[in-house]
Design a protein around this ligand. Structure first.
Ligand SMILES: [Zn+2]
Length: 138
């Protein structure tokens, strides 16, 4: 295990490719202290603003667990894009989508979502995107 810094925006893009055919808007992901019992948050700004996703950096989560939390929050953005902001936060639209991407109904927080295969895929894509962006920045 190395301790390189993960660019969470690339993880979002990897999940977006794999589960949503890049149809989820590329909204910013921020790491923030949210307290031990809040794992993540989808911030809804409104039709004219840019939504964002916060991931807890002080809840003691592993990278794999954070990936699942990110997928949970991305599903909120997907529902927002397709159904607006009048539907329930974890209502039927959200539930249908979270099932479709393979969430276990007993673990809707996402902590058990990311298995070894998904993790390996996302890290490979992460490194490819990082290399690509570094090359273009030179
Ligand atoms: Zn939620």
């Amino acid at each position: 295990m190395n301790c390189k810094k993960i660019v969470w925006q690339y993880i979002l893009r990897g999940l977006n490719e794999k589960f949503w055919d890049n149809k989820v808007k590329d909204i910013p992901v921020f790491l923030k202290d949210l307290g031990y019992d809040r794992l993540g948050e989808f911030q809804f700004i409104g039709n004219t603003g840019i939504n964002s996703i916060l991931l807890s950096k002080d809840a003691g989560l592993s990278t794999k667990e954070m990936i699942g939390v990110l997928a949970h929050e991305m599903t909120h953005q997907w529902v927002f894009q397709n159904h607006g902001c009048e539907v329930e936060e974890h209502g039927e639209e959200w539930m249908a989508e979270i099932r479709k991407i393979g969430f276990d109904e007993e673990n809707l927080d996402g902590l058990t979502f990311c298995d070894d295969d998904l993790y390996a895929y996302l890290m490979t894509r992460h490194d490819e995107m990082l290399e690509h962006d570094e090359r273009n920045a030179e």
